[in-house]
Write a protein that binds this ligand. Structure first.
Ligand SMILES: [Zn+2]
Ligand SMILES: [Zn+2]
Length: 99
């Protein structure tokens, strides 16, 4: 079975993100002003869980069962593109591997 993979890993908070947009949105504060920090996606409605059973291969030992975050707006767009089916949006490769 194919897992959703962490593509943008935050080395500061250890957060896992599927998109650069999502990663960028969770970093707040001004560059160089000393107040750069991470927003906890759980506490911010802009973020949505893409999966609770993702894979992060950022370190020597892979982590599985991690939450991979994306932007709620991006997830919504992906669902609309696929006719409302999350499985169609993210499960295409999974279906091929299972066949
Ligand atoms: Zn972070
Ligand atoms: Zn990660």
């Amino acid at each position: 079975m194919r897992r959703v993979v962490c593509r943008y890993h935050c080395g500061v908070c250890g957060g896992h993100f599927s998109s650069l947009n999502g990663f960028a949105a969770h970093r707040a504060g001004e560059h160089g002003a000393g107040d750069r920090h991470c927003i906890e996606p759980l506490d911010d409605a802009r973020f949505a869980e893409l999966t609770e059973n993702g894979l992060c291969a950022m370190y020597a030992v892979e982590q599985v069962g991690i939450v991979v975050w994306t932007l709620a707006a991006d997830l919504q767009r992906a669902r609309e593109r696929s006719g409302g089916s999350e499985r169609a949006a993210f499960g295409v490769a999974m279906d091929r591997e299972a066949a």
